[in-house]
Every structure is written in C-alpha cells, then in structure tokens.
Design a protein around this ligand. Structure first.
Ligand code: NAP
Length: 384
C-alpha cells in the first residue's frame, strides 16, 4: 500500500521529535570529529615518517668538540654550499682560514657572514681560479709569503655537468677544475704541509666516481662529451686515484690524505642543469625533502679534517662520516700511476718518481734512488 493512501493521524508535533534531531546532530558532530581526528593522525604519521626520512637522509654529524685554534687552513670553493658550511664550522673551532674562491665579491660576502656568526676574525679572502694554472701558482706564491705553515688543505671546489668548455689552459672544464687545478695546488703546497706535520689533506670527491672511467685515449673528452656520466664522473674518479697515489707518496711524512662523498646535497652544484623551468622548480622542491642540507653535507669533510681518531688514516674513502671500501677501478694502481704522470705533464711539474736504482748500488747496500724516497722529490718540487 502506498504511503499517500494511508491516512495519517500524526500531528505536526509528533512528527517533529527534538530528541531525535539532537541525537542525529550528535552523531553528525561525532562524525566530523572522528574525521578530523583521523586526518590529524594521518598528518602526524606523514610528518613523522618525513622527519624520520629526513634524519636518515641528513646522515650522521661530526659531534666531537675538539678545537683547532690557530691552525692554518685552506678551503677551496667556499663562498657557497658545502665549502661555506665547512669554513663556518672550522671558524667556530678557532682555525685561521684562507678562503680560496674564484669570485672575490661572493667570497667577501661569505667571509663577512661567517665572521659575524662566529666572531672569528682570522678569515681571509683569497683569489683562486682552479681553471687557470697561473691563478693557482699566484695563489700559492701569495700564500707562501703570508704563512710558513699549513695544517689543513680542503680541496672542495667543483663544477658539475656543465656544457663542454675549456679552462684557460685548454683542459676540459670539469677535469681541469676538479682534478688538475687541485693536483697542482696540492703539489705546490706539499712543502708547507710536510713542514707542519701532522697535517691533513681532504679531497671532496663524489659517489659519481662509480660511473667514471679514466679515458686514456680521450682524457679531455674531445671525441665524445658526456657531461655527467663521462666528464664529471671521470674527474671525481681522478680525485680518488689522486688521493690514493698521494697517500702512497706521502708515506712516513705524517701528512695524511683522504677523500669523501658528501652525499646528495642541496647546493648550487646543479646550476648547469639544462631542463625546462618546470623541471628546475620541481627539482628544487623535491630537493627540500630528499637532499642533505649543506651543513649535513659538510660533516664528512669535517670529520676527515678534525677527528683526532683519524690521525693515522690515509688513502681512504669516506661517506656519511664512515669509511667505505672502494670499487676495483677506484683502487687500480696502474691507473693511479698513469694519471699522476699524465697530470704532472699537463700542469708542468717535474716527474716525481725517481728512476729505478742501479743494481750495483742496491747490492752494496747504499741507499737506492727509490729508497731516497719520493718524499725528498716532493719537497724539492713543492718549493719550486
Ligand atoms: N652537492 C652535491 O650533491 C655533491 C655531491 C657529491 C659531490 N659534491 C662535491 O662537493 C664539492 C662542493 O660542491 P657544492 O655541492 O658545495 O657545490 P656549489 O655550491 O656549486 O659550490 C662549488 C664551489 O666551487 C667553486 N668553484 C667552481 N669552479 C671553480 C673554479 N674554477 N675555481 C675556484 N672555485 C670554483 C664555486 O665557486 P663559484 O660560486 O664562483 O662558482 C663554489 O664556491 C664539489 O667538489 C662537488 O663535486 C657535491
């Protein structure tokens, strides 16, 4: 039977039941609260997971509080990014720091900011373009008139995935700046480092070395240029081979040299990224969550520079403040030797390795040319 056909005797008052409406409202109200609480819980859970992820991504920090008051330090490429954070922390710990940068105005801005934040007045703005051998030599010449010692050298500056271009001396930009510029700089400063021993060299490399190969036939990428997987990766592999060869050459000198991967860090390193604007903005946004901050990126360099526990560690590779084993091609001695000799020729340094000893001298028990040690050659060359 249809409702319309049924005569209804209910009065309007009996249809309107205030208690039922109140109950309905209460249910509705409770429903809204339940949703709000649920949304809040989900938001809290997401925030917690993101916080946890961020903590993991930022990696461990160097937490020892040791100071290095008055120690003389050079940091390359430190007007921004990882280098700037490294200087900030070293300045807090009392170091006397030479900020070696290619843009004097940007260097000065960073220097003033760091002095402001640390009250350490012993920070110096010095011009160094690693893409010019002349600039490297000028920097070293000036430094040597100012300081008789050097306790810590941090080879931090770098350029990544730029369009193919050449340095002032005609080298492929990334190989020239990241490897050859630092190769010459370090060699020219070895006498100061040895004189100040125990002293340290820190080389900022990259996990990109995993993709790298030393291309003996085309070191300058003239025949084929691949900006990241070719030239950049090769230059970062060169950083590691350089570290290992130098550690071998410095045996017994009390000068250590180690290299590191800082992590994937939110800096200006991707300035040559050539994608469309939306992709650049997307990368910038994503990097907020999944990249390390520059401060976090500086921690491994800081541990290598500061940790008293690493006094004897040399020729090693670190990431996230921990020592990591190297892949075979980053341990390849033949490649390291070849690269060293080639780099010497390219930057115009005399060969470091002495000729093999004449058999008679060795038989007589006289000190062999090799046993005279690479050390003396290093001293001779670095003071030249
Ligand atoms: N960021 C990462 O995710 C990451 C990952 C692995 C390894 N790394 C390595 O970390 C190091 C620091 O990079 P970053 O991330 O801090 O990059 P960044 O913010 O771009 O800083 C690079 C620094 O190097 C300087 N530089 C570039 N070319 C130079 C030259 N020809 N002479 C002297 N200085 C020069 C830059 O000076 P200007 O400002 O004047 O250009 C800048 O101060 C690099 O060696 C890089 O390969 C970084």
């Amino acid at each position: 039977m249809s409702e319309a056909a049924t005569p209804t005797t209910a009065t309007p008052a009996s249809i309107y039941d205030p208690s039922a409406e109140a109950a309905e409202k209460a249910v509705c109200f409770r429903g809204i609260w339940a949703w709000l609480v649920l949304i809040l819980l989900v938001a809290l859970a997401v925030a917690f997971v993101m916080w946890l992820l961020r903590q993991i991504i930022q990696g461990p920090a160097y937490r020892k509080l040791n100071r290095i008051d008055g120690k003389v330090v050079i940091v390359t490429g430190c007007n921004t990014g990882i280098g700037k954070e490294t200087v900030l922390e070293l300045a807090r710990r009392g170091a006397k720091i030479y900020m070696a940068c290619r843009d004097p105005a940007r260097c000065e801005a960073a220097r003033i900011e760091i002095i402001d934040r640390t009250q350490n007045q012993q920070l110096y703005n010095r011009s160094l373009d690693l893409g010019s051998l002349e600039s490297v030599r000028n920097f070293v010449a000036r430094f040597k008139t100012e300081e008789t010692r050097l306790d810590l050298l941090i080879n931090n500056a770098g350029v990544m995935a730029c369009p193919r271009s050449l340095t002032a001396d005609g080298f492929e930009q990334q190989f020239g700046v990241n490897h050859l510029g630092h190769f010459l700089l370090t060699n020219l400063l070895l006498d100061r480092l040895k004189h100040s021993a125990p002293s340290r060299i820190v080389v900022v490399s990259s996990a990109a070395h995993l993709f790298g190969r030393i291309n003996r036939e085309d070191l300058m990428s003239e025949r084929k240029y691949s900006k990241f997987f070719g030239a950049y990766s090769q230059s970062k592999l060169a950083n590691i081979l350089f570290t290992r060869k130098l550690a071998e050459l410095l045996q017994g000198s009390n000068v250590t040299v180690n290299c590191c991967h800082p992590g994937v860090v939110r800096t200006e390193l991707n300035r040559h990224f050539a994608g469309p604007n939306w992709a650049k903005s997307a990368l910038k946004f994503v990097s907020l969550f999944v990249f390390k901050t520059p401060r976090a990126g500086a921690q491994t360099s800081l541990r290598l520079a500061l940790d008293p526990g690493l006094e004897c560690s040399t020729g090693n590779y670190y990431a996230d403040c921990l020592r990591f084993p190297l892949v075979p091609w980053a341990r390849n001695k033949d490649n390291a030797d070849w690269l060293w000799r080639e780099s010497e020729k390219l930057v115009g340094l005399p060969p470091i390795e002495a000729p093999p000893p004449p058999p008679s001298a060795a038989q007589n028990g006289a000190p062999s040319a090799a046993a005279e040690s690479i050390e003396s050659v290093v001293v001779e060359r670095s003071s030249s």
